[in-house]
Design a protein around this ligand. Structure first.
Ligand code: GLP
Length: 221
């Protein structure tokens, strides 16, 4: 995975990388911090941000990215949705413009236990652009581990849509642990359905998936 990133970056063909948060990419970001590939010409766009959290809040995704990557590796520019935007529609339109101006060459993805990608929860349209979304109980419960209590987890987020994610030239999805096994099975072997957002990736021509044994444990093919 890390070698793939290094060789793709060194190819000089990548101008914009799409980045993800969560515990899954932590080792990858550690590798990038240590390997220090030359990213000075590369722009980053993140998948999502919690509504209501300022960029410097220690649970915001902006803070996460600075903490785990941006403070240590120099990039050209960073974009994330603004969790404090006053006008949601304008913020979604702004982020769609960012994506139009910075088409994603290489998109990193994790996956939720319910098959969500970014914060596109079950039922999300496969054509969706940036949206303000309501998080499911399952996602709130899963993300509560980062907060002092579940009541503190923001219930809404801005997320790139599935359509925006599918516009990426190349997608690299990581999943580790048995709590991801059912979502991975559905993503790879199940029918395409909005009920499992990650099944949208079946239609994408360039997806690479890295799994540990536990996440791959329900695959039969
Ligand atoms: C969050 C993020 C997703 C991430 C998912 C899995 O809800 N919005 O981008 O892929 O959770 O998180 P983790 O990697 O911590 O399991």
């Amino acid at each position: 995975m890390s070698e793939l990133f290094a060789s793709d970056i060194n190819s000089g063909n990548i101008k914009t990388v799409g980045l993800a948060t969560g515990s899954t990419p932590l080792d990858f970001y550690k590798y990038v911090r240590e390997a220090q590939p030359d990213c000075k010409a590369i722009t980053t766009v993140n998948l999502d941000e919690y509504v209501g959290l300022a960029a410097d809040h220690d649970q915001s995704y902006s803070y996460f990215m600075h903490e785990h990557l941006f403070n240590d590796v120099a990039f050209a520019k960073h974009f994330l949705p603004d969790g404090l935007a006053k006008d949601s529609a304008a913020e979604c339109a702004r982020y769609d413009e960012v994506l139009a101006e910075n088409p994603i060459d290489w998109q990193l993805l994790g996956i939720g236990g319910n098959g969500h990608i970014g914060f596109n929860e079950p039922g999300a349209s496969f054509e969706g652009t940036t949206q303000r979304v309501q998080l499911t109980e399952e996602t709130l419960a899963a993300n509560a581990r980062f907060f002092d209590s579940i009541e503190e987890v923001p219930t809404e987020a801005y997320s790139m849509g599935i359509g925006s994610i599918l516009n990426s030239k190349k997608i690299v999805l990581l999943a580790f642990g048995e709590e991801k096994a059912a979502a991975i099975k559905a993503m790879i072997e199940g029918p395409m359905t909005n009920e499992v957002p990650a099944t949208a990736l079946q239609n994408h021509p360039n997806v690479t998936v890295f799994l540990d044994e536990a996440a791959a444990s329900l695959l039969t093919k």
